[in-house]
Ligand binder design. Structure first.
Ligand code: ATP
Ligand code: MG
Length: 451
């Protein structure tokens, strides 16, 4: 049917996660209903004006009023620009793609600069695809693989088929399924008592959650409980999939080789690097646009976050200018800690190293440096996230260090200080530990002066 032209079944999320990991304590912008910044909320401390301004941008994005424009977060190092971008993304919801990148990423030896830009743009554009699919759905009542002597003549047994019992409010059915589906069940970690569905066509297995009949069982992992499905086991079901354009590019670029040994060998010999080219992207765009016209899919513009924007050069900036005009464009958020500097590769000075024509499109939010009280609170939050104990006096001391050097430096002293505390036979960090580590690790300013 419709979907046959484009491979979406095996789409695996290709989201980049690593850069967010260090900021996991941020849960949004911490604004109240009228958009005012709460002094300490969602993991945020202070920086009230910037957070409120960011909240307005979130509203503009929701109302689709940011088209053709972009946001710039400007401010000194360690003032929370990266977490502001993350907060914006979280306010937009988990289904909205968020793709973080650093300006210097474009200087890769393997890809052209514009290719890198394009890939990241496509990681930030989501597509919500709704399809009716024929499925078998229910709570798993039994799951038993049936073994036979291995057909290949080797030792051991192989699985000939798997018996799966599925229960709905109305009926219970027993299905005899292909061994490949057994692998899929294992991969999804399906157990008796889970609600699952199996796509009739592809055999793809999806675990929906734990049946709420089991909700009283002791469960540490806070599983998601779902009701027992109604109606028949075999039915048509609306399935919603959230993917990004890059997911689609990647899934369709993968070698499609057949089942025979020769093509398998071929695949193993070839470098498994996927080849995504312009032609493929254009094909995908065509299909995507058709799906949108036919209302099979809905576009979900996400957020592309480009940190250290001053690292981009003219070629990237002209790409950006064009891309922002496109109908398939995400919201772009830039961040920089530079004031006036040359646009990279030129001797043309410009605010934040950004050419004037792009500057014209920007909404600019400034992040301010923190006072001592705020710094102490931020350091306390960081310590809490890392499960480190620090007494009041040491927090104040770290705050002092942060004022003299930088917030980041003060935060970075936490983990060596905790190691030091352990070595001295204590669980909580105290002044002596901090003193010891400050003697060991220099901050950048001091280190710079020494050379
Ligand atoms: N207002 C705040 N509330 C809570 N934590 C904060 C706040 N501001 C900064 N932090 C923490 O301080 C550290 C630095 O913040 P962040 O990385 O967002 O700064 P930045 O402005 O992006 O710095 P740079 O210019 O060096 O990239 C992070 O660990 C972050 O979690
Ligand atoms: Mg940053």
């Amino acid at each position: 049917m419709l979907m046959e032209k484009m491979k979406i079944q095996e789409v695996q999320s290709t989201t980049k996660k690593q850069r967010i990991a260090t900021h996991t304590h941020i849960k949004g912008l911490g604004l109240d209903v009228s958009g005012n910044a709460m002094p300490m909320a969602a993991g945020f401390v202070g920086q009230a004006e910037a957070r409120e301004a960011a909240g307005l941008v979130v509203d503009m994005i929701r109302q689709r009023k940011m088209a053709g424009r972009a946001l710039l977060l400007a401010g000194p190092p360690g003032t929370g620009k990266t977490i502001l971008a993350l907060g914006i993304a979280q306010e937009l919801g988990s289904k909205v793609p968020f793709c973080p990148m650093v300006g210097s990423e474009v200087y890769s030896s393997e890809m052209k600069k514009t290719e890198v830009m394009m890939e990241n743009f496509r990681r930030a554009i989501g597509l919500r695809i709704k399809e009716y699919k024929e499925v078998y759905e229910g709570e798993v009542t039994e799951l038993s693989p049936e073994e036979t002597e291995s057909v290949t003549g080797g030792y051991g047994k192989s699985i000939s088929h798997v018996i799966v019992g599925l229960k709905t409010v109305k009926v219970t059915k027993q299905l005899k399924l292909d061994p490949t589906i057994y692998d899929a069940l294992i991969k999804e970690k399906v157990a008796v008592g889970d609600v699952i569905y199996i796509e009739a066509y592809s055999g793809a297995v999806k675990r929906v959650g734990r049946s709420d009949a089991f909700a009283t069982e002791f469960d540490l992992e806070a599983d998601e409980y779902v009701p027992l499905p109604k109606g028949e086991v075999h039915k048509k079901k609306e399935i919603v999939q959230d993917v990004t354009l890059h997911d689609l590019d990647a899934a369709n670029a993968q070698p499609q080789g057949g089942q025979d040994i020769l093509s398998l060998m071929g695949q193993m010999m070839k470098a498994r690097k996927t080849e995504i080219n312009d032609k493929l992207r254009q094909e995908i765009n065509k299909v995507v646009n058709r799906y949108i016209d036919e209302r099979v899919a809905e576009l979900v513009p996400g957020v592309l976050f480009i940190d250290e924007v001053h690292m981009l050069d003219m070629e990237c900036f002209s790409y950006l200018n064009r891309a922002l005009e496109s109908s398939l464009s995400p919201i772009v958020i830039f961040a920089t800690n530079r004031g006036i500097c040359n646009v990279r590769g030129t001797d043309m000075p410009s605010p934040h190293g950004i050419p004037v024509d792009l500057l014209d499109r920007l909404v600019i939010i400034r992040a301010q440096t923190y006072g001592p009280a705020e710094m102490i609170q931020i350091i306390a939050i960081r310590a809490q996230v890392d499960e480190l104990m620090v007494d009041e006096e040491s927090l104040a001391y770290l705050g002092e260090i942060g004022q003299k050097t930088s917030l980041r430096h003060a935060v970075q002293l936490l983990s060596p200080a905790s190691v030091m505390a352990k070595m001295n036979g204590r669980d909580n960090i105290c002044n002596a530990d901090i003193e010891e580590v400050t003697n060991l690790y220099l901050d950048a300013k001091t280190s710079g002066k020494l050379l």
